[in-house]
Design a protein. Structure first.
Length: 266
């Protein structure tokens, strides 16, 4: 009976968090996340819900067809499957709600490889490719190459993603842009990591943008694992005129295989 109550609490808690995220937040990128050492085990499925908000941010479109961040609701589901313990495939389903209309923004696929040098140092790479609407990007077809380098022990987590992005359509296709991202967290007890994440968008590698035209946003973050579910919450501030003044992000990461097996046990 006690196990049944725990499982019901687990289900209710996840559903509540998903509903809270879906109803409450408005606008921004479809995924705001520094990749660390998390990867599905072989034959395991995973699901992440990415949600973000821009309460105070840019309200003017950057190009024709752009949907400015303010006033949006961004909701992205990410589905993943472990081919091996080190190789994972995934897919994104980004949605945008604005002005009373819900739009499917496209779709993306990805492949991730992750390994460890020793018990603490990890490394890997993630590659994704997909199609998005002009509401989200100024080119339909886009690619991201994300190296993953990091360190984790009982007290600290440090991860660095020197991301390379480029479009494969339009007049500016195949011109790589550099978007480095870093995460530093400290275990403060009770299974909670308190930290900082910083996201930069420097522009084209061959022609780095001036400071005020770059994206530069820092987040105060909280990470924890409850009921075998990962949670990430962050409050971010942009430091340049091209960044949003206040951004809120929320991620729920659920190991679907383990969760469904427990549900069957009810």
């Amino acid at each position: 009976m006690l196990n049944l109550k725990k499982k019901l609490i687990h289900i209710s808690f996840v559903i509540l968090c998903a509903l809270f995220a879906t109803k409450s937040f408005a606008g921004g990128d479809d995924e705001i996340q520094v990749y660390t050492d998390q990867i599905n085990g072989k034959d395991n499925f995973g699901w992440e819900l990415h949600q973000n908000a821009v309460p105070i941010g840019n309200s003017k479109p950057e190009y024709k067809g752009d949907s400015a961040p303010q006033g949006q609701i961004r909701h992205t589901s990410e589905f993943s499957y472990g081919i091996t313990d080190k190789l994972e495939i995934g897919a994104y389903l980004p949605l945008m709600w604005k002005n009373g209309t819900l739009n499917l923004e496209g779709g993306k696929g990805r492949v991730k490889y992750l390994d460890h040098y020793n018990d603490n140092v990890f490394f890997g790479i993630n590659a994704e490719y997909g199609y998005v609407s002009f509401r989200s990007e100024d080119h339909h077809w886009n690619t991201e190459i994300r190296p993953i380098i990091g360190y984790r022990d009982d007290n600290y987590l440090v991860a660095f993603n020197p991301v390379i992005e480029f479009s494969t359509s339009g007049s500016d296709s195949w011109k790589p842009a550099f978007s480095p991202q870093i995460k530093v967290s400290r275990n403060i007890g009770h299974g909670i990591l308190l930290g900082l994440e910083h996201y930069s968008n420097l522009g084209a590698i061959s022609n780095i943008d001036p400071w005020q035209q770059q994206g530069q946003t820092t987040y105060l973050t909280f990470d924890t694992i409850k009921f075998n579910t990962n949670f990430n919450f962050g409050i971010g501030h942009g430091w340049t005129s091209s960044s949003n003044d206040l951004t809120i992000k929320f991620i729920i990461g659920l190991p679907v295989s383990g969760w469904t097996e427990k549900l069957i046990g009810l």
